[in-house]
Design a protein around this ligand. Structure first.
Ligand code: MG
Length: 267
């Protein structure tokens, strides 16, 4: 009953906030946004410095989401917006065709910045027709920290070995399902990458990836066994806290667009 009454009070409070936000007042920062609603007499959460419903617990930072799904939120670093390659090394303006990067016209791309934990959004399309060996149709890939590859390759009409199709952590783990679109169609990856945890040069916790491919979960908090290698077992060769995001150029005209990243500090 108390909870219901409190819920009603909150509803009234939020109505007041909505009412208060008129012209000249930002809806993102209502006049009484600093008011602390909550409790200071509730039990402590186990292993936490905070109480249940703690009124003093810090609020998450408020950011503005993109207008449409897939658009960058306000705190993202935009790595490619259709026109500007200044965040990257490995290509000039000639690599941009109709607002997309033609990977074949690059030497491979590497971000100028280094990233550790991060959230990445990237859209990609393989060529409509094979532009080389069928086994290499649409081959590219995203190397987190320049070392751990999330595979991009045509996986609708051709399927190579399971741990090498799109959405695979290459050479290690196939995607949970294959939600691919047809060759030439735009597809999306949304990735949460957790960097390996190190003590000195020793890996004390592996890198991990969670991947949504076209909005479908294909990797869930998957441990990465080590740096990506071909035809041999992966090992952590030169683990680091951060590294550049690298796009593989593998002799196929893969296109990329709408790339943004949010550096994270995951516990
Ligand atoms: Mg590849």
């Amino acid at each position: 009953m108390t909870c219901l009454r409190y819920a009603n009070l909150l509803l009234i409070a939020s109505c007041l906030i909505v009412t208060a936000s008129g012209p000249g007042l930002s809806p993102a920062a209502p006049a009484d946004a600093e008011e602390k609603y909550g409790y200071d007499d509730t039990p402590m959460l186990p292993g936490s410095p905070w109480r249940v419903h703690d009124r003093n617990r810090p609020q998450p930072e408020m950011i503005t989401p993109g207008q449409a799904p897939g658009e960058p939120p306000s705190d993202a670093i935009v790595l490619f917006d259709g026109k500007d390659l200044s965040q990257w090394e490995g290509a000039g303006g000639e690599a941009i065709e109709d607002g997309a990067i033609n990977v074949l016209k690059t030497k491979g791309l590497a971000t100028k910045r280094a990233f550790g934990d991060c959230q990445l959004h990237l859209e990609w399309a393989t060529p409509e027709k094979a532009d080389g060996s069928p086994m290499n149709w649409g081959n590219s890939g995203i190397f987190f920290q320049g070392q751990y590859e999330l595979q991009i390759i045509e996986s609708h009409d051709i399927r190579i070995y399971a741990d090498g199709i799109a959405g695979a952590i290459y050479g290690q783990f196939p995607p949970l399902v294959n939600p691919t679109r047809k060759p030439g169609q735009w597809q999306s990856f949304d990735v949460v990458f957790t960097a390996p945890r190190l003590e000195g040069e020793k890996v004390v916790a592996p890198a991990r990836m969670t991947v949504l491919w076209n909005g479908v979960l294909v990797q869930y908090h998957q441990e990465v066994l080590g740096s990506t290698l071909h035809k041999t077992f992966p090992t952590y060769r030169s683990p680091a806290a951060t590294g550049p995001l690298v796009i593989q150029q593998h002799n196929s005209a893969v296109r990329l667009r709408n790339i943004w990243i949010r550096p994270l500090d995951l516990k």
